[in-house]
Design a protein around this ligand. Structure first.
Ligand code: FUC
Length: 824
């Protein structure tokens, strides 16, 4: 099936407006980031990762600095945050909310409804970089130089990242000698490899050291017999609790070389003198031992053995690494109109994009998002955190944790559609591990009558589920409900009943929490969450000038819980269980507040038509029902969709990195491709001010999204947005080209997935679909929709040809059945 579009992939998709096509095929630039100088800031560096180990080489000529990461390396420890004051004060807080005294309710929360801190210093911890690897090079001098500093010029410098192969390179020429470095992180062997070559004998000399800003001790394990030794960096992080050890980690590095002389010592690191080809092989592990993952104590001890193993196979490792990466990466392809700007180095391409649009940059961004996802998580690992896998310090912004009021969710938006379904496993496992802690939190914070489990708006690898320490942002208690939407989404895409059976108790437990704790607000008798907040916006009550955040039943909660209850009800009917409970949920759903349109015409964010403190607030939580939720659409609920449009116009097209990415998705769901494209351009706005060098919102030279600072959610949200412009699946329809911007007039994609277990390939020209191939994993009737109105198409299913005409067309496909649709 994929071969159908292989031909198109090789073609340069030329934007005729832009004129001549460079000699190199466009497709290369859909899959490559490149630069003509070493990185000067971290956000210019190319990220590599195997879902657990990460490295970022800056391509420095004399000194190469490589930041290393390991996804489980966290300070802190598991702790009890249960605060008995919380459940005692809950009735009073709710009463104040019933009386419209939100400020007083919030004040009471400050003193009572906050996590109990067991120790000063904090056991919550944070994600930390693993280590710095610095490689200092010395180059042979052809001519006699007068001083050591008299360095010869570097020519033909280039560093690049091949997204298809997941290999990065640096190459340059100095004194007539060509140098090349290649870097990759192998998943199969679980090692990081740097392969260094010089075009002349005895031209490669360097010294490689491992270090860490703190808690790192370097030592060496001598080799046995002829074997070279191993350099180690080890340490123990803070647990945050006096007397308790934190997480331990170990990094190990060895050198293999052809020619030259090796030396190893704890003080100088590993040195090579006058070699020609060398491999630095590194591995690392931590003592994090969460059940069901790979991070066991044994691995910590065995890291040096695994390294030895890899060392003996270093040459073959690259080939198997590329093959295994491609099993993920090659599943999907996207080609969009190309311009001559696309051959520019990536940093210049981003800058040029502010003046002249080039749709192919969206294809690169989409491919990069897929690349980043494959690199930042894998089954058995942890989900990508706020920075994916890549952190360059021991103090990571927002602890580099898992924020659950948008961020970790956005991280997972593109994955199902991009055919990376199994990469849901780390998130699923993380959610399952949270349940015991979430049950505890439900009881301590909400009282003994509280059932099920709850997660507020942030978590970490230590299963934190309590409210955030500041109720103005920490009170949101629908983080778990939102994560349940993801579990359901995975089921919808895969139709995997075994998975549904596994996650049903998680969904049910989340719904039980709300079923047992929601209260009737006095004005209408609606069932609402209380206390809570609409992330992380504030409003004014009456004429009181003090902004408050704590409220009852904000729109986002209503939407999330409508979906949660509906999904649980549907699961009970698929799994034929819990009919009585489903009936109770149905009854409760009837008492939920409706979505309301404010007198200003926009969708109301709160139960009351409060005036918000920040009209341009980055969170647009009340539009959850439009995206990623499925409660609002221009076809099914036109009035609400209009209100969403008003809301978005009022919020504006700016915002932090991830906020812009979300807006791409909103406009795609509203069927406005050009507006989605405008937002995409805003997301791609160069984040580094050329004059001041300060960082704003947009995109860094290495295409990392800038909140600021770097936060990976915007990358994943933007990737999802590109996908949503081309293919959507909700309300029982597969929407082809639902929001195509005018400038994306010609293109193709293959391998994208839609809900219902279906794969879609599509080719379009002049803004109109020409040909599509739908492949079902399970049998079913699939309804296809397109924005043009009436579809006229010939469909060939199992060799049988039929003509279809209609606003939607319904195709019946057998298991693994394929339908080729040719549009008139
Ligand atoms: C949420 C957002 C912030 C930031 C942080 C990590 O709290 O409101 O903008 O993205 O997460």
């Amino acid at each position: 099936m994929k071969t159908l579009f292989a031909f198109f992939l090789l073609l340069v998709t030329c934007n005729s407006v832009m004129g001549t096509i460079p000699a190199i095929p466009a497709d290369v630039y859909n899959h490559q980031l490149y630069y003509t100088a070493p990185a000067t800031i971290w956000e210019e560096i190319l990220p590599l990762g195997n879902g657990r180990l990460g490295m970022m080489p800056d391509g420095g000529v004399d000194r190469e600095h490589i930041v290393l990461n390991e996804i489980s390396l966290w300070s802190g420890m598991e702790a009890d945050y249960g605060n008995p004051d919380a459940s005692r004060s809950l009735p009073a807080i709710q009463q104040l909310l019933f009386e419209g005294k939100n400020k007083e309710a919030q004040e009471l929360m400050y003193s009572s409804f906050v996590p109990k801190k067991p120790e000063s210093g904090g056991t919550y911890g944070n994600y930390q970089m693993l280590a710095d690897l610095n490689i200092d090079f010395s180059f042979p001098h052809r001519r006699k130089t007068t001083s050591e500093n008299d360095t010869a010029p570097v020519t033909d410098y280039r560093r690049w990242l091949d997204l298809r192969d997941a290999v990065a390179y640096t190459s340059f020429t100095k004194e007539g000698i060509d140098y090349q470095r290649e870097y990759f992180t192998s998943r199969d062997k679980d090692v990081m490899i740097i392969h260094l070559t010089a075009s002349r004998r005895r031209a490669l000399s360097f010294s490689a050291q491992l270090s860490r800003p703190k808690q790192g001790v370097v030592s060496m394990l001598p080799g046995i017999g002829k074997e070279e030794g191993t350099l180690l960096l080890e340490g123990t992080l803070d647990s945050g609790k006096p007397g308790r050890e934190g997480m331990k980690y170990r990094v190990a590095m060895r050198l293999i070389s052809k020619g030259g002389k090796q030396n190893i010592s704890a003080e100088r690191g590993i040195t090579l003198t006058q070699g020609r080809e060398a491999w630095l092989v590194l591995s690392a592990t931590t003592s994090y031992a969460a059940s069901g993952t790979d991070f066991s104590g044994n691995r910590y001890k065995e890291v040096c053995d695994s390294l030895l193993n890899a060392v003996t196979q270093h040459v073959q490792i690259k080939e198997s690494h590329i093959a295994s990466h491609r099993t993920f990466y090659d599943r999907v392809s996207l080609t969009l109109p190309f311009t001559e700007d696309d051959v520019l180095p990536t940093n210049e391409r981003i800058t040029r994009f502010t003046e002249r649009e080039s749709p192919a940059l969206a294809a690169l961004y989409y491919n990069y998002g897929r690349y980043l996802f494959i690199s930042s998580t894998r089954p058995g690992s942890l989900p990508p955190n706020l920075q994916g896998l890549w952190a360059n310090g021991v103090e990571t912004p927002w602890n580099g944790d898992y924020h659950t009021n948008i961020n970790i969710q956005m991280n997972h938006w593109p994955l199902e559609q991009a055919g990376l379904s199994e990469l849901y496993q780390p998130l699923t496992a993380l959610i399952e591990r949270l349940i015991p802690s979430g049950e505890e939190t439900a009881r301590t914070f909400y009282g003994t009558h509280a059932q099920g489990w709850v997660l507020h708006m942030m978590t970490n690898i230590w299963n934190y589920t309590a409210p955030g320490e500041h109720p103005s942002w920490g009170a949101t208690n629908t983080g778990g409900a939102w994560l349940c939407a993801h579990l359901w989404e995975h089921y919808q895409y895969t139709q995997d009943i075994e998975f549904l059976k596994r996650i049903y108790p998680v969904l049910k437990g989340a719904s039980e929490f709300f079923y047992s704790t929601m209260v009737r607000e006095p004005k209408h008798g609606w069932l609402v969450t209380a206390p809570t907040s609409s992330p992380e916006n504030a409003f004014f009550v009456g004429n009181d000038p003090t902004p408050v955040s704590v409220c009852m039943g904000p729109t986002m909660d209503v939407q999330l819980l409508t979906e949660l209850y509906t999904n649980v009800i549907e699961a009970t009917s698929i799994l034929e269980c819990d009919a009585d409970y489903a009936a109770k949920l149905r009854e409760a759903l009837d008492k939920f507040p409706p979505m309301q349109i404010s007198k200003g015409g926009y969708l109301q964010e709160w139960l009351e038509d409060y005036k918000e403190q920040d009209v341009h607030h980055r969170h647009v939580s009340h539009l959850y029902g439009l995206h990623p939720g499925n409660l609002i659409s221009p076809d099914a609920t036109p009035e609400l969709a209009n209100a969403c449009r008003e809301t978005l116009n009022r919020r504006g097209d700016g915002g932090t990195g991830w906020s812009r990415a979300w807006k791409v998705n909103f406009w795609a769901r509203l069927g406005d491709g050009d507006r989605a494209w405008t937002l995409f351009k805003s997301l791609l706005y160069p984040a580094v001010d050329p004059q001041t060098k300060r960082h704003g919102s947009g995109t860094f030279p290495n295409l990392f999204c800038s909140h600021p600072p770097f936060q990976i959610d915007g990358n994943y949200g933007g990737t999802a947005g590109v996908g949503e412009m081309l293919l959507q699946s909700h309300e029982g329809f597969i929407h082809l080209l639902p929001a195509l911007p005018k400038s994306w007039h010609t293109g193709n994609f293959y391998g994208m997935k839609a809900r219902g277990g279906i794969s879609v390939d599509l080719e379009w020209k002049n803004g109109k679909a020409v040909k599509a191939i739908l492949t079902a994993t399970i049998p079913g009737i699939f309804h296809v929709k397109m924005p043009e109105g009436v579809i006229r198409a010939k469909a060939i299913i199992d060799g049988q040809s039929n003509n279809y005409t209609g606003k939607t067309i319904s195709l019946s496909l057998p298991e693994k059945g394929e339908c080729v649709l040719s549009f008139e």
